[in-house]
Ligand binder design. Structure first.
Ligand SMILES: C=C1C[C@]23C[C@@]1(O)CC[C@H]2[C@@]12CC[C@H](O)[C@@](C)(C(=O)O1)[C@H]2[C@@H]3C(=O)O
Ligand code: AKG
Ligand code: FE2
Length: 345
């Protein structure tokens, strides 16, 4: 069953525009054939969808949120000792290595049990609780990612339904886990903003005094991203027809993003979704947790023969080589362009 939650659309640039849009919502308790068909459609149309009845226990989510909130509430000097996030640790305002900035602080971790337990001491006075809570959360969202990838394979009529999921369940997978914390953002004249929010057609991009870029526009380089946030808004996705769409937050459910590697694995049938976080008038901070599902560094990313790949858009590449390019570029850059096959007809 698809549940559509209408939300306003914002076209890139200055013009305000509203239209009805519902985030594609997939009920994972539905019949498999229905769910798989709907996931494929959402991946094709938006590269983005929401899943409900996902099977991740509320307690696992709540404990992870508490651990992260505890960490972020500590004094700056203490948090700084867990940094820098280059490549893993605590970061603030700087994103990546190439000058990107955002109004946030964050934790970035490798998502395997061993590295989690080694790093836990930097994030909590009770490292064993931090590592077991993080590990429970990561294991649950990894399982959810595998379930989704198996449904995708079924929806694409691929006989081996583990063709994508085995890439991320491999013991050498290079997945990572991130928790972002965006401070509250209050504008001097918040009556104006409240008006705009109530009218449901605010325009974010041209007026920095009314909004703030928390995390600039980008696509995620991995295969799939699974996001959960608290009830503070800010996330927006960019549609194929040129609209920025605010995604209403839903703390009980998960949002799924197609990443660049999934675009290559499906020979462009799915496209990775551009997204950003823009904060608008909130007394409360936004906290989001992302699991970025990636294969092993030496895994090949190439569309399987079961996908119609007579004309391969991309040259096959190893995830590790792609990652190296990704990390040498800016947040908003389109990295798949570097792997385009120029020989195709
Ligand atoms: C500017 C950058 C930050 C980023 C690495 C990059 O060079 C380009 C991609 C960025 C991104 C976006 C999705 C994830 O948040 C992330 C961890 C990733 O894998 O790619 C970040 C990288 C980062 O913050 O280090
Ligand atoms: O914080 C969010 O809601 C999204 C962040 C994001 O897109 C990322 O960390 O890659
Ligand atoms: Fe992202």
């Amino acid at each position: 069953m698809v549940v559509a939650t209408p939300s306003p659309l914002i076209r890139r640039g200055n013009k305000k525009k509203t239209a009805a849009f519902g985030v594609p919502t997939i009920d994972l308790s539905d019949d498999k054939s229905i769910a798989s068909e709907m996931i494929v459609k959402a991946c094709e149309d938006y590269g983005f969808f929401k899943v409900i009845n996902h099977g991740v226990p509320k307690k696992v989510i709540a404990r992870m949120e508490r651990e992260a909130a505890d960490f972020f509430s500590r004094p700056v000097s203490e948090k700084g000792r867990a940094g820098p996030a280059a490549p893993f640790g605590y970061g603030s305002k700087n994103i990546g290595f190439n000058g990107d900035k955002g109004d946030l602080e964050y934790i970035l971790l490798e998502a395997n049990t061993l590295s989690l337990s080694q790093r836990a001491k930097n994030f909590s006075n009770d490292p064993s609780t931090f590592s077991s809570v993080t590990n429970d959360y990561v294991s649950a969202v990894r399982k959810l990612s595998c379930d989704i990838l198996e449904l995708v394979a079924e929806g694409l009529w691929i006989e081996d339904n583990s063709i994508f999921s085995k890439l991320i369940s491999n013991s050498h997978n290079d997945s990572c886990f991130r928790v972002n914390h965006y401070p509250p953002f209050i504008t001097p004249n918040n009556d104006d903003n409240q008006d705009e929010l109530n009218n449901n057609h605010w325009d974010l991009s041209p007026n920095p005094s009314k909004s703030r870029v928390g995390f600039g526009e980008h696509t995620d380089p991995q295969i799939l991203t699974v996001l959960r946030s608290n009830d503070v808004s800010g996330l927006q996705i960019y549609t194929h027809d040129g609209f920025w769409i605010p995604v209403p937050p839903d703390p009980n459910e998960f949002f799924v993003f197609v990443g660049d590697s999934f675009q290559a694995l499906t020979n462009g049938r799915f496209t990775s979704v551009r997204h950003r976080v823009v904060s608008i008038n909130s007394w409360k901070s936004r906290m989001s947790m992302m699991y970025f599902a990636a294969p092993a560094l030496d895994a090949w990313i190439s569309a399987p023969p079961q996908i119609n790949n007579i004309n391969n858009i991309y040259k096959p590449f190893k995830w590790g080589d792609f990652k190296q390019i990704v990390y040498s570029l800016r947040l908003a850059d389109s990295r798949l362009d570097y792997f385009k096959n120029h020989t195709q007809s």
